[in-house]
Design a protein around this ligand. Structure first.
Ligand code: SF4
Length: 429
């Protein structure tokens, strides 16, 4: 489902941005938004994600997360069955009972997300009303929120957008007149610590990362809040923050040396930090990261890459692969293209780059096979068939599950792209 969201004007950046955008509406091969629970539950350590769904949803989560038998995971599925559908039990009573048991057994939970899914029996449920009722029962100890991770409404990373949007509505109003910075998007803790160190090193002391590690410690937001996206798939979250008075900082996304440098420079400019101060703070880490890319660049320089749409990270990844690793872009697929949020990235893609928004998977497979790229970034379901046709693939999901943002992770990101090609070279030797 495409959503056109007005975001406050982002000024154009350098470059021509003369990309060719093809739109496709056909069969698509992407995960649903439930997948975001995997990284969201790791980040917010006092939150629980209760999917209201079917056995299929439970299987998806378990296989994506790995089955944690000995740890008590902070996600689960309340399976709505045929008995409920037939009206033999009241689903709301069942949900109240399950939530009551869960919260009694897990007193550390401070935020409970009811996550909607797409089976028809769940669509009939008013989860918003259920969340309100349960919040009334369990607040203030536990805040109960809801969002949809349904495969009908969301793809893959849109689950995080829906979750964070629900959380933004809970942020307290900021009274302090001093400007503050909010970095928006789930990042691995190691990445967050590094970026915080650089931002604070520039002299920006009032900085919050959102979502927070503890879901009950929500940062305040107000008209003096400037926010910058760390992930490209958060259009609804950005719009809701703007509705709360916050102002977006247009920037590249912090992937690769160039992306991270420009992201930090954009923050510095917005927060009144002198250009020279910013350059001085980031120079050592940027130089280290630049050197660390050499090995991957040696393997990938001049090779072609094709992106199937999956995580919405494709355009920043394409910019990184082309500008920092010397790769040629064959086609850059993305599930959705938010032109304003993506404007700084699009402006840096080579003229005439083929960007494809949406998917018609058969047509795209034909194009990919005809182009015979050196590397294909695609979903799990397409990787084996493409490998069987002799192509080299990288699972897009790995690029979401692995910390790849920031200077220290630039080499890891490059390594994720170069490893499949190295493996193929070894097999051919
Ligand atoms: S939400 Fe829908 S698409 Fe996702 S696992 Fe459940 S049934 Fe499948």
């Amino acid at each position: 489902m495409r959503r056109d969201i007005p975001i406050q004007a982002i000024p154009p950046t350098e470059g021509c941005g003369d990309v060719q955008v093809r739109q496709e509406r056909g069969q698509r091969e992407v995960f649903c938004g439930l997948t975001g629970i995997i990284w969201l539950h790791r980040k917010m350590q006092d939150a629980f994600f209760l999917v209201v769904g079917s056995r299929t949803c439970a299987h998806l989560l378990q296989s994506a997360a790995g089955v944690m038998i000995f740890a008590e995971p902070r996600f689960g599925t309340a399976i709505i069955g045929e008995r409920d559908l037939a009206g033999l039990v009241d689903v709301h009573d069942e949900l109240d009972r399950i939530v009551g048991q869960l919260l009694a057994r897990r007193p550390n939970i401070r935020t409970l997300f009811l996550v909607g899914s797409c089976p028809s029996e769940v669509i009939k449920l008013d989860l918003g009303r259920a969340a309100q009722r349960l919040h009334g029962l369990h607040a203030p100890q536990v805040r109960v929120l809801h969002y949809s991770g349904s495969g009908i409404e969301t793809t893959f990373t849109q689950g995080e957008d829906a979750c964070l949007q629900a959380l933004v509505e809970q942020l307290p109003e900021r009274e302090d007149p001093a400007p503050n910075l909010m970095v928006v998007g789930t990042l691995a803790e190691v990445v967050e610590d590094q970026l915080r160190g650089l931002i604070e090193g520039m002299g920006v002391s009032q900085v919050d990362f959102f979502p927070p590690r503890q879901s009950h410690e929500l940062p305040a937001v107000g008209p003096n809040t400037r926010f910058v996206l760390a992930q490209p798939f958060l259009a609804d979250t950005a719009r809701t923050l703007q509705a709360r008075g916050a102002e977006i900082i247009p920037a590249l996304f912090p992937l690769g040396v160039e992306g991270t440098s420009r992201w930090l420079h954009a923050i510095a400019q917005a927060m009144g930090v002198a250009e020279a101060r910013c350059a001085e703070v980031i120079a050592p880490a940027a130089a280290r990261a630049e050197r660390s890319l050499a090995a991957a660049r040696e393997v990938l320089d001049g090779k072609s890459i094709f992106f199937f749409p999956d995580s919405q990270l494709e355009i920043p990844l394409a910019r990184f692969a082309q500008r920092e690793l010397g790769m040629r872009l064959t086609e850059v697929g993305t599930p959705y293209l938010h032109r304003q949020l993506m404007a700084p990235e699009l402006a840096l893609l080579p003229s005439q780059t083929e960007v494809c928004e949406g998917q018609d998977v058969d047509a795209q497979l034909d194009r990919c096979l005809a182009a015979a790229p050196d590397l294909v970034v695609c979903g799990l379901g397409l990787a084996n068939p493409l490998e069987a046709k002799g192509l080299t693939t990288k699972w897009a999901i790995e690029l979401v599950f692995t910390p790849i943002q920031g200077f220290e992770q630039a080499a890891d990101l490059a390594g994720l792209l170069s490893r499949p090609w190295r493996r193929r070279l070894k097999l051919a030797a």
